[in-house]
Write a protein that binds this ligand. Structure first.
Ligand code: HEC
Ligand code: HEC
Length: 473
């Protein structure tokens, strides 16, 4: 009987290969291996502008967007880098890597350990955004234990989003600020009339804008040349990333399963902005919503294993059960800003896929930022390491307390407080911790967040199954 074996190779950076990473190189992580496919079918050239220090502080895009971690960065990687360099790696820069940018001591290792604690422990970058002039609210107070309690410019702490699978995006950045009229970028929509720009052209415009902002911001550089911007965006757009093998279940394309990056690439021609949206935000005439977002593992639902592969077949069946739970477990959605309030429906009978509606990808297929409570001080997860920001509605006097005002810092709108996008769920196992603020250290924490926040009532078995599934994305 042929046994599946995964070879776990120890490589942490692209640098090990010089200028290229082999196409579909298997990067190991805690749950299996992750692979990135180049849509052009060639090896990945990693000598371009994305990998060069084109700013002034030694950073490149790859400082925070690593192939091995699905083009985000895990807190494990940050911690390893801190230990290896005593906190001197270019990710440790006070402009946005430290908890605050003033009154910190970065001259000693101990000082750096303190100054960069949120980056090391939770993989968080400080995003500071000025409160818009005409905001519908005023900032009453900011209680920030690290300093940076300015009420005119808010410091939020956020996880680097993956720079892969970008063709599936309907929103750029957690708060959508790189796909928003307010910042000179464009809302990513589907064309309605003839002559409307394609969603792809809107996305590319925004990615170019974002590459400039990331260079002048994170890398403290001057505006990059058009050729550098092209090079960065072309690099990002060729990437398709997914987990390819699971430690316990083996090859994620075996026995009829359709996971891994090659099948994700096949998803691309079918994708359009607004696909499968449950509340009619997609293009007129698009097919009706189905909550069955993922159909990667249905072939594993009824495996009758030969004796020797029983353990593996057991894991495969568990992953198939987890997929079914994602697709069909009822969730009563309440108190979600962007859904319950906008639709004026106090309880929405939903599923994971009501918000993660993009088929086999799992992001929100339309731009519709939501506040599911991850940044609320009432979150079931620990958010005590974050600042507490109190906002007051100027017209009504209503108060909201949050750890991240989210989209409201872009639009100035009261209703947008705490709203953020639902990210792509592929590549999850490589990029812990989760949620915009890193409050879920593991996928177990993320599932427990939902269980408590929406009173789902998962049985221990259902939780294990769902987690086993999420670990294969
Ligand atoms: C210091 C770390 C850091 C560096 C360096 C960095 N980024 Fe990021 N990146 C982030 C963080 C944090 C976010 C999410 C911020 C937010 O949404 O508020 C992000 C988000 C993004 C996104 C949005 C993806 C999505 O799903 O919306 C893209 C694209 C991106 N970065 C590209 C780049 C490029 C290109 C460069 C180099 C020019 C770069 N980044 C350099 C930390 C970094
Ligand atoms: C009401 C909408 C909604 C529902 C229902 C929902 N999600 Fe989410 N999900 C979101 C949003 C919005 C985010 C980003 C939240 C944040 O970081 O603040 C998110 C983030 C996540 C993340 C973290 C991704 C990352 O890159 O950090 C995971 C994992 C996840 N959801 C899994 C699930 C699962 C599993 C279910 C069903 C049990 C589910 N979600 C149900 C809206 C939803």
């Amino acid at each position: 009987m042929k046994k599946f074996a995964i070879v776990f190779v120890l490589v942490s950076t692209a640098g090990a290969f010089g200028q290229t990473i082999p196409n579909l190189f298997p990067y190991p992580n805690a749950h299996g291996v992750l692979e990135t496919l180049n849509v052009n079918g060639t090896d990945l050239f990693v000598g371009g502008a994305f990998f060069q220090s084109i700013g002034t502080n030694g950073r490149s895009c790859a400082t925070c967007h690593q192939a091995a971690q699905g083009f985000s960065i895990s807190s494990d990687e940050v911690r390893a880098r801190f230990e290896a360099t005593h906190g001197l790696d270019p990710i440790f820069r006070p402009n946005d890597g430290s908890n605050c940018d003033h009154n910190i001591d970065t001259s000693t290792e101990g000082g750096r350990r303190k100054a960069y604690s949120l980056l090391v422990k939770r993989g968080l970058i400080r995003i500071s955004i000025a409160v818009p002039g005409a905001a519908e609210f005023r900032v009453v107070s900011v209680v920030n234990r690290y300093g940076c309690g300015d009420t005119a410019t808010i410091s939020a702490y956020r996880r680097p989003l993956p720079t892969t699978n970008l063709s599936f995006l309907s929103t750029l950045m957690w708060d959508g600020r790189e796909s928003s009229l307010q910042t000179g970028t464009k809302k990513i929509t589907f064309p309605v009339a003839t002559g409307d720009p394609s969603s792809l052209s809107l996305l590319l415009f925004n990615l170019r804008h974002q590459a400039v902002d990331a260079t002048t911001g994170h890398a403290q550089g001057v505006v990059p040349t058009a050729a550098q911007v092209d090079d960065i965006v072309n690099f990002e757009m060729q990437l398709i990333t997914a987990q390819a093998a699971d430690k316990k279940a083996g090859d994620l394309t075996a026995a009829g399963a359709q996971s891994g990056p090659a099948s994700l690439l096949h998803q691309l021609p079918a994708f359009f902005v607004g696909i499968n949206d449950p509340i009619g935000m997609g293009p007129a005439g698009s097919p009706e919503f189905t909550s069955s977002i993922f159909n990667l593992y249905s072939a594993w639902a009824n495996l009758f294993p030969p004796q020797s592969d029983q353990k593996q077949a057991h894991h495969r069946a568990q992953i198939a059960r987890g997929e079914a739970i994602f697709n069909s477990k009822p969730i009563n959605i309440t108190g979600v800003a962007g859904l319950n309030d906008d639709l004026n429906i106090p309880v929405i009978a939903g599923f994971c896929g009501t918000c993660h509606d993009s088929p086999n990808v799992g992001n929100h297929s339309v731009s519709a930022p939501l506040n599911i409570g991850v940044g609320d001080v009432t979150s079931p997860l620990d958010v005590s390491y974050l600042p507490v920001i109190t906002l007051e509605n100027i017209a009504t006097g209503e108060i909201k307390i949050t750890t991240d005002p989210g989209r409201a810092l872009i639009t100035g709108k009261w209703r947008d407080v705490g709203r953020l996008k639902g990210p792509i769920l592929r590549g999850l196992p490589a990029r812990a911790p989760y949620f915009h603020n890193g409050s879920a250290q593991t996928l177990d924490d993320a599932v427990e967040f939902y269980n408590q926040r929406f009173n789902i009532g998962f049985t221990p078995q259902e939780k294990d199954d769902l987690i086993a599934f999420l670990r294969t994305l």
